[in-house]
Ligand binder design. Structure first.
Ligand code: NAD
Length: 393
């Protein structure tokens, strides 16, 4: 097995999605069918944290490079808006066709590639990755997050911890709580009320995040309708007492006050904005990443009077949980232990950030996605083009 690591930063500078990324590497080992790209977009706030995606459907390297450039940039914005002392980065592994998860050898190779960046990039789970995969990578680099603290820093956990004070390794419940808090801010802004009671909320997807979110919404008195494509999860939603749309029915046409996309991204586009408008939706606020098919759809939503909570603001609870636990694991001490309550408090701040975004949008007339980007950009330093040239020379 021979792992080769090539710095391709200069080679990818002409790619449309290149945005002053600090470092992009290609790591490959043909003996174990390992081919991965890692992009460090920006480390001006701290080491670049972002997951590693395993994807076997890239048809060529350009697709993988586009993905890693976009995703790593997105993490800079997400971590900055969440006010974490972390930058943005991402890794993608180009899996052989038909495969869904990496092999142990590939995870060891990923760890060595991450290690070559000397802590400037911290990896974590993303599509196709589990905690078990990350534990294997942890064998070849310590720059891995999203692992249970009991596994990586057991000796530093306070012995007196009360029941329920251990933070969860799974980010999904934290993501759901953040989505809920953002929604509360959206409800105040758009409906002028402090309660979700009787509001009709359409939730697309009943996965890890949506299951907790629906429970919170139900407890808050909202009327929840779910759509799912997976039979097991449809059954689960029904067993949990939720109204589930018949398969094939379009949830975005279903009469509702709020639409919460919690499946895959990209479903907010011209036609579906019209459906949401006709269905009476006034607020879009969900967990899915990259909800807008194109950036200009934020403007289309605004024109229709639909308040949009930027996705990376609403769904930051997970990265806050992973990031705060990782920061502690780097310098563990009993006094600074990130209890579940501390994490929830920190994630609850998403409510205030959402309010700030909505108010700035109202004052300036600019759409909420634009405002969120602006706030994030105020919080990290871009490399100047001149510096790029010096480095490239
Ligand atoms: P998940 O895979 O557990 O759930 C997604 C669900 O959506 C699945 O049950 C799937 O069957 C369903 N689905 C897919 N296409 C659908 C469709 N067309 N109509 C209805 N249902 C459909 O994923 P998750 O962890 O719950 O994450 C949900 C979304 O939130 C994803 O976009 C993810 O990237 C994003 N997100 C998740 C986290 C997290 O902490 N898990 C953090 C940030 C963002």
């Amino acid at each position: 097995m021979t792992l080769t690591i090539t710095n391709i930063t200069n080679t990818v500078q002409d790619q449309p999605d290149f945005d002053g990324h600090e470092t992009v590497i290609l790591a490959e080992d043909s003996d174990i069918k390992f081919r991965a790209y890692i992009a460090v977009h920006n480390t001006s706030r701290g080491p670049a944290l972002g997951g590693c995606r395993y994807w076997s459907r890239y048809t060529n390297d350009d697709e993988a490079i586009t993905d890693v450039l976009r995703l790593s940039r997105g993490m800079t914005y997400k971590n900055a808006l969440a006010d974490l002392p972390l930058g943005g980065g991402k890794a993608v592994i180009m899996g052989p066709p038909g495969t869904r998860n990496p092999t142990p050898d590939q995870m060891k190779a990923l760890g060595r590639a991450v290690e070559s960046l000397q802590g400037r990039y911290i990896t974590a789970e993303d599509v196709g990755m589990s905690v078990d995969h990350m534990l294997i990578a942890r064998g070849t680099t310590r720059h891995v997050s999203g692992l249970p603290l009991e596994v990586i820093a057991a000796e530093h956990i306070p012995a007196t911890l009360a029941t329920g004070e251990m933070p969860e390794a799974d980010p999904s419940p934290y993501t759901a709580f953040g989505v809920f808090e953002a929604m509360r801010a959206g409800v105040l802004q758009r409906f002028g009320r402090n309660t979700m009671k009787d509001l009709r909320i359409s939730v697309k997807g009943y996965g890890n995040v949506a299951q907790t979110l629906c429970k919170l919404l139900d407890e808050a008195g909202a009327v929840v309708t779910v759509s799912e494509i997976d039979d097991g999860r449809i059954a689960q939603a029904k067993a949990d007492g939720f109204h589930v749309l018949a398969k094939g029915m379009e949830i975005m046409s279903y009469p509702a006050d709020i639409y919460a996309p919690c499946a895959l991204g990209g479903d907010i586009r011209d036609e579906t904005i019209q459906l949401l408008h006709l269905a009476g939706v006034k607020l879009v606020n969900g967990a899915a990443n990259n909800q807008l098919a194109r950036p200009h759809h934020a403007e289309r939503l605004l024109e229709k009077g639909i308040l949009y909570t930027p996705d990376y603001l609403a769904n930051a609870g997970g990265v806050i949980s992973v990031g705060v636990q990782q920061i502690w694991a780097d310098v563990p001490a009993k006094e600074t232990f990130p209890t579940h309550a501390k994490l929830m408090h920190r994630i609850g701040h998403i409510y205030n950030v959402a309010q700030e975004v909505f108010q700035r949008s109202q004052q300036t007339g600019a759409n909420t996605a634009h405002i969120a980007n602006q706030i994030a950009e105020e919080r990290f330093m871009r490399r100047s083009p001149a510096k790029d040239k010096v480095r490239a020379a």
